[in-house]
Ligand binder design. Structure first.
Ligand code: 13P
Length: 256
């Protein structure tokens, strides 16, 4: 059995004051939720915050049930890469998770499948869990290319990581569902998750049974229950709804 995993992605949002309030509310109001078990396993909760807020969030979250994560990482270990941040730096700042290949990185920063795989490898080398995002655009969805696209994106990662894929988290985020209020039907999302797991299984059945596959895209407390009840949907990668402590806790609660 896989643990319920709920990861927030704040994207480029927040301020020192707002973050402090959000995190303090989350920890004081969420004690019971954050300590819940699901399928007899402790739930996993994390928040991926913008780089400048990592020290603040690390300070407030250390020794709590909420793990810290970043939203991107360089594929290089160090050197002349102005503006980039290495996996070791993130690990030093307390990150357990790092998102790689988010569609906003693919779209606005031209990140391709090979680069995304290299970033996942860099994260693993620094003992962090990469959350590897895959997902089709609206056009690809309409053209019926969803499975072709997500399989291609996942295969690039399997090819580079090989056995290390067992230590990753995959997130299926249909681009057309991100920030739009549109969500696939639970059965539609389940089908994609199932296909991704079957693809992992053709490489390594043990890894496929272990890897958490999260759903992301307009996930809210009021639509999470049905999606998270699907057998191959192991949790959520949550954008907008992770900025509000009460909404985020309600969403976690919906999955339990
Ligand atoms: P929303 O939940 O705001 O749609 O964002 C999803 C997402 O991109 C999480 O990574």
């Amino acid at each position: 059995m896989r643990p319920l995993t709920i990861i927030g992605n704040w994207k480029m949002n927040g301020s020192l004051a707002a973050n402090q309030q959000m995190l303090e509310t989350l920890l004081t109001q969420g004690t019971q939720t954050l300590e819940s078990r699901c399928h007899d396993l402790p739930i996993r909760v994390g928040l991926c915050v913008p780089y400048p807020y990592l020290p603040q969030a690390h300070h407030l979250l250390k020794n709590t049930k909420v793990a810290l994560g970043a939203q991107d990482v360089s594929d290089h270990p160090n050197g002349a890469f102005t503006g980039d941040v290495s996996a070791t730096m993130l690990q030093e700042l307390g990150c357990a998770y790092v998102i790689v290949g988010h569609s906003e990185r693919r779209q606005y920063h031209q990140e391709n499948d090979t680069l995304v795989a290299r970033k996942a490898k860099a994260a693993l080398q620094a003992h962090m869990t990469p959350i590897i995002c895959v997902g089709e655009t609206e056009k690809e969805y309409e053209e019926g290319k969803t499975l072709v696209v997500v399989r291609r994106q996942l295969q690039a990662v399997i090819d580079l990581l090989q056995g290390q894929i067992a230590s990753c988290i995959i997130a299926y985020e249909p681009v057309w569902a991100i920030g739009t209020g549109k969500v696939p039907t639970p059965a539609g999302a389940q089908e994609v998750h199932r296909e991704l797991r079957l693809q992992l299984a053709t490489f390594d059945a043990e890894a496929a049974a272990k890897v958490a596959i999260l759903y992301g895209g307009s996930l809210k407390a009021d639509n999470a229950k049905e999606l998270l009840a699907m057998p191959d949907i192991d949790g959520g990668l949550v954008g907008g709804a992770s900025l509000d402590a009460h909404e985020f806790l309600a969403l976690c609660q919906a999955g339990i």
